[in-house]
Design a protein. Structure first.
Ligand SMILES: CC(C)(COP(=O)(O)OP(=O)(O)OC[C@H]1O[C@@H](n2cnc3c(N)ncnc32)[C@H](O)[C@@H]1OP(=O)(O)O)[C@@H](O)C(=O)NCCC(=O)NCCS
Length: 323
């Protein structure tokens, strides 16, 4: 399976660390040194999940020179689509008029884009004519507690997408791996809004409807599992970390990114980083970073690219591909 096109949908509104200083007890200095984030994008009333995801998808289709009617499959990785029902993927399908496709969402949090690519790969193995659109998109501002300084400085909104198909040159996905460890799922969760604590259930505090995270504990798991997933795909494909031209890690914290790169032995010049611009956009971080690196001309044909993510669940996964 090859990635034929990439795209991104980015909200216009920018929220800086200085803006956050006026909202909660924090400082630009703390956020920058502890996370690497300088600003993040936040949706306005008019900018919806579907709008961002559709924009990313249109760009990816254009790069792939494919019309929406050719799509057989649309997979959206997200936990913040516009509605609980229907899926975000169906709403993008409607906007694109991609009526031939089957469309569904997957819930794998920040690892969702990698999970989506792995699922698409299976469909393509089953039928090599399959043309698929994989989206990673989030409006995290809707599930952020703007009074909680330990989480609100971290998240942002955005969307990325990739068009994938069997392809016709030697390359594409060389190895992939996904895994999950639910034993400490409650270190990172949104307790309210599901069927256990539906909206408006009496006695449920409003804070329960937002992302809750024990950041310093999640931090350790992120490093452990991102390193593990990366090593597994490198081994499966018969490569060493030094062969990697570009590492595109999930953008949750610059210190996590630096430590994973260091543990793998990949120099920082080979790591794509945009967390300073966007913060953590969950399932969207990797496709946004991939699209920027492709359009900036950093990633060139024949490059070995390693995608590596970790998120709530916990979920984790990696993909090694030849561009
Ligand atoms: C959230 C995160 C940035 C916090 O950084 P940290 O170095 O672990 O900081 P801690 O949570 O231990 O808090 C240290 C201190 O900073 C304070 N603090 C927390 N947020 C703050 C903020 N925005 N501004 C200023 N101080 C803050 C804490 O209250 C604590 O103070 P105390 O020592 O007086 O109790 C970091 O743990 C992280 O990135 N975690 C992983 C995120 C992640 O990977 N998510 C999963 C994938 S989506």
């Amino acid at each position: 399976m090859e990635i034929l096109g990439t795209g991104r949908g980015i909200p216009k509104g920018i929220l800086t660390n200085q803006d956050l200083e006026k909202m909660v007890d924090t400082s630009d200095e703390w956020i920058t040194t502890r996370t690497g984030i300088k600003k993040r994008r936040i949706c306005s009333q008019e900018e919806t999940w579907t709008l961002l995801a559709t924009e990313a998808s249109r760009q990816a289709l254009e790069m792939a020179r494919m019309s929406p009617e050719e799509l057989d499959l649309i997979i959206a990785a997200t936990f913040t689509p516009d509605y609980r029902l229907p899926s975000g993927a169906c709403l993008v399908q409607n906007e694109l008029k991609a009526y031939k496709a089957a469309a569904f969402d997957i819930a794998a949090a920040c690892t969702g884009f990698i999970y989506g690519l792995v699922i698409a790969e299976k469909f393509i193995k089953d039928n090599p004519h399959t043309k698929a659109l994989v989206i990673g998109a989030e409006v995290l501002s809707a599930v952020t507690n703007w009074e909680d300084r330990s989480t609100c400085v971290l998240f942002g909104d955005g969307a990325g997408a990739a068009v994938v198909a069997a392809g016709n040159h030697q390359g594409g996905v060389l190895a992939s791996y996904i895994g999950s460890d639910p034993r400490v799922w409650d270190l990172l969760c949104v307790p309210g809004g599901g069927s256990l604590h539906p909206p408006f259930k009496p006695g449920v505090a409003k804070e329960e409807y937002f992302v809750k995270m024990k950041g310093n504990e999640v931090f350790k798991y992120a490093i452990k599992y991102m390193e593990e997933a990366a090593r597994i795909v490198l081994k499966r494909a018969g490569f060493e970390a030094r062969d990697v031209d570009w590492l595109i890690p999930h953008q949750a914290n610059i210190r996590i990114i630096n430590m994973v790169a260091k543990k793998l032995g990949i120099p920082l010049e080979k790591v794509i980083v945009n967390i300073d611009e966007y913060g953590n956009t969950s399932a969207a971080t990797i496709p946004i970073a991939l699209d920027e690196a492709v359009r900036d001309g950093k990633i060139k044909k024949g490059d070995l690219v390693l995608l590596d993510a970790f998120g709530g669940g916990f979920t984790y996964g990696a993909i090694l591909l030849k561009w």
